[in-house]
Write a protein of this length. Structure first.
Length: 326
């Protein structure tokens, strides 16, 4: 009989909302009990313990840390479920050294992040940022940096052709875009017109009208995108990053934007977050900035809890878990 401990309170940096209905859904998926605490301190004070821990493992702030003390003190804990797809903070903490399985919410962010990506693409093609600037000036203007365009016939390169990339590819394909994927192991993928190994990344980036980065942050992907790769892109191409800020050498990206090496960028993540007020990126008219907000949605937690409950049922039946990270 497995008990579940939830340590989560809605707020920064996690705006997703967990409800009592979600808790009931979790309770109906197991034979044990569910204990919900807003903070690690509350769980420790109550001497809570269970085989399964539900938390956010994607990132930390000064006010939100991984519950390492709770995990060390637990006598029952066997499995942690992070309802984020990224588990950078969790795996960077001492929790990663404990003999505890970790699974994530791989795929649940795909629909929202894909919609965000298409929003970036359409904004640049239809000159929405320029029209917004004109609106602020109360100016009725048809003067744009190039003609208004549409996605049909444009090429999108997706670096990191995983679950999220698959949903981006589906939407892009529906709009008539030519979609190229880059991943470690080449295989046929739905909605992709071409797929290349990451050893061909630099060459493939030169094919894209839009280049999207979706790789997780690891030792191998730190500063994966640098000035050399950005110089391989078309001068009129748009660079987009909705994965992790440190996958990109931000100084190199700023240089590429300032010197016209690429046309523009849409960025949802940065090397330092929040993005410092003195960053040159804020004042660039060829840059769209969103505050690491490509994933949140009113449907996000529903999907994340669905994945968790499926895994809970598998866990109690003694079956292998899905989305295993370690």
């Amino acid at each position: 009989m497995a008990d579940v401990v939830i340590i989560f309170k809605t707020g920064n940096p996690v705006p997703m909302i967990l409800t009592q209905e979600h808790q009931k859904q979790i309770e109906n998926s197991i034979s044990g009990k569910v204990f919900w605490y807003g903070t690690e301190e509350e769980a420790l004070k109550d001497n809570a313990d269970g085989e399964v821990l539900f938390l956010w493992g994607g990132n930390e702030t000064d006010t939100y840390k991984m519950p390492a003390a709770y995990c060390r003190s637990s006598k029952k804990l066997k499995w942690i479920y992070s309802f984020s797809a990224g588990v950078d903070a969790l795996l960077a903490s001492e929790i990663a050294q404990l003999p505890i399985a970790v699974t994530n919410a791989k795929g649940v962010m795909a629909k929202t992040m894909a919609v965000t990506t298409m929003g970036y693409i359409i904004s640049f093609l239809r000159h929405f940022p320029e029209m917004h600037d004109a609106q602020i000036r109360h100016e009725w203007s048809h003067r744009f940096n190039g003609p208004p365009m549409e996605p049909e016939g444009k090429t999108l390169v997706i670096i990191g052709a995983g679950a999220i990339g698959g949903e981006v590819a589906r939407l892009a394909s529906a709009l008539g875009m030519h979609v190229i994927g880059v991943k470690r192991k080449v295989c046929e993928l739905p909605f992709y017109d071409e797929v290349y190994p990451d050893t061909k990344m630099k060459d493939v980036m030169g094919k894209g009208d839009f280049v999207l980065v979706l790789t997780p942050l690891t030792e191998e992907t730190y500063h994966l995108i640098d000035l050399e790769k950005l110089k391989a892109m078309k001068k009129d191409a748009i660079f987009m990053n909705i994965s992790r800020g440190k996958v990109v050498n931000e100084k190199d990206l700023i240089t590429a934007l300032q010197e016209g090496i690429i046309k523009g960028a849409a960025l949802d993540c940065f090397e330092t977050e929040p993005l410092p007020p003195d960053s040159p990126l804020w004042d660039m008219k060829n840059v769209i900035i969103t505050p690491h907000f490509s994933a949140p949605s009113e449907k996000f937690m529903d999907r994340a809890v669905d994945v968790f409950c499926e895994n809970l049922r598998r866990y109690e039946r003694g079956q292998g878990l899905i989305n295993v990270v370690k």
